[in-house]
Design a protein around this ligand. Structure first.
Ligand code: 13P
Ligand code: SF4
Length: 308
C-alpha cells in the first residue's frame, strides 16, 4: 500500500496533476487527495487550480463539471463507470422536453446532472448553495427545479416556494429507514441527527440539522455535542472522525440491513490501484462535446459567481 501511495505521489508531481476527492470516497483516497470537499468546493477548486491534469475522485458529473470549467486541462477519472443514480434519473432529452413544455420558467438544476441537462439550465446549484440561489430570484419567479425531488421539496419548504419539481432521486439517500433511525435515537437519546437534503422528507423531519456534506461536517466540528447519527453516504464519517477524534459518529442504517446501501456504489468504484493506473496512462479522460460545454458553462459559472 505504501509503495502504491509513493508511486501515485511521484506521478502526480512529475505530471503536475492535482487529485480532488469527494467526501464520499474511500478513506484512503480522501487521504491521498490534494483537496477533499463537497461538490461545490470541488467545482470551485477545479475552476482555479494551476495543475495541468485534474484527477477527479468522485463521480462522472463531477469530472464533467471540472472539464467544462477548464476545457484546456486534462480531466481524468479513475473509473469511467462511476456514474450517479440521481443524474441517471434525469435523461437530457426528457428534461429538455419538460423545459420546452413550460415556457417562462427559470430552470434551476442540481449539479448532479449530465452536461446535456446543464446545457438547458439557467443556473446550477449544489446542496450547499441551493437555498441562497433560489432566494436570489423574486418570490413570484416561476421555477423548474431538477432533478432531486427531495432536495426540491426541502428547498420549497424552507423558502416558501412552489417550484415545479422533476421526479428524480438518489438511490443511497432514498433508502434511509425512519424506524431504524428512531431505534438508534432511543438507544442514544443524546445523539444529534444530521441529514443530507437528498433524504426523504420523513427522514428530514427527524433531523436536528439538514445540510450538504460540508455543512454537516462543519456543524459536527463546531458543535459541543458528542454523538451524531449521520444520514448521508457513510464516506463522510472518515473526515468527521478525522476532524473530531473524540466524538462518536454513527452511520444511519439503510432499510435493508444485509447490504451496505449507505455507501454509494458508484463513488466506491474508485480505488488507489485505479487512481495509479489512471495517472500513469492519463486515461480514462473526460471529454465533453464543445457545443454542449459552451452552453453548460454559463449556468455553472453563474452558480460560482453567486456563491463566491
Ligand atoms: P454534496 O453537494 O453535499 O457534496 O453532495 C453530493 C452528492 O452526490 C450527494 O449525494
Ligand atoms: Fe449520485 Fe447518490 Fe452517489 Fe451522490 S450518493 S453520487 S447523488 S448516487
Amino acid at each position: 500500500m505504501n509503495e502504491l501511495i509513493k508511486a501515485i505521489n511521484e506521478l502526480k508531481k512529475e505530471k503536475n496533476a492535482a487529485i480532488l476527492g469527494h467526501y464520499y470516497q474511500k478513506g484512503e483516497i480522501q487521504d491521498i487527495a490534494d483537496f477533499v470537499g463537497d461538490s461545490l468546493a470541488l467545482a470551485q477548486w477545479a475552476a482555479k487550480t494551476e495543475a495541468d491534469i485534474i484527477v477527479m475522485c468522485g463521480v462522472h458529473f463531477m469530472g464533467e463539471t471540472a472539464k467544462i470549467l477548464c476545457p484546456e486541462k486534462k480531466v481524468l477519472v479513475p473509473d469511467m463507470n462511476a456514474g450517479c443514480s440521481l443524474a441517471d434519473s434525469c435523461p437530457a432529452d426528457k428534461f429538455a422536453q419538460f423545459v420546452k413544455e413550460h415556457p417562462g420558467y427559470t430552470v434551476i438544476s442540481y449539479v448532479n446532472t449530465t452536461a446535456a441537462v446543464k446545457a438547458v439550465t439557467d443556473v446550477v446549484v449544489t446542496s450547499t448553495n441551493a437555498k441562497q440561489i433560489v432566494e436570489s430570484f423574486p418570490k413570484d419567479e416561476k421555477i423548474i427545479f431538477g432533478p432531486d425531488r427531495n432536495l426540491g421539496n426541502y428547498i420549497n419548504s424552507i423558502t416558501n416556494r412552489q417550484m415545479l419539481l422533476w421526479d428524480g432521486a438518489c438511490h443511497v439517500h432514498e433508502q434511509f429507514s425512519v424506524e431504524k433511525i428512531l431505534e438508534l435515537k432511543t438507544k442514544y437519546p443524546d445523539a444529534i441527527i444530521l441529514a443530507h437534503p437528498e433524504c426523504k422528507s420523513t427522514v428530514l423531519k427527524l433531523a436536528d440539522v439538514v445540510g450538504s456534506t460540508a455543512a454537516l461536517l462543519k456543524y459536527a466540528v463546531n458543535s459541543s455535542e458528542q454523538r451524531f447519527i449521520v444520514a448521508t453516504e457513510s464516506g463522510i464519517l472518515h473526515e468527521m472522525q478525522k476532524k473530531c477524534p473524540e466524538k462518536t459518529f454513527i452511520p444511519a442504517p439503510p432499510n435493508d440491513s444485509t447490504c451496505a446501501c449507505n455507501e454509494c456504489s458508484f463513488m466506491r468504484l474508485n480505488t488507489l490501484e485505479k487512481l495509479y493506473e489512471c495517472l500513469k496512462n492519463e486515461s480514462p479522460e473526460i471529454l465533453v462535446d464543445k457545443e454542449v460545454a459552451d452552453k453548460a458553462v454559463r449556468p455553472i459559472r453563474r452558480m460560482l459567481e453567486i456563491s463566491e
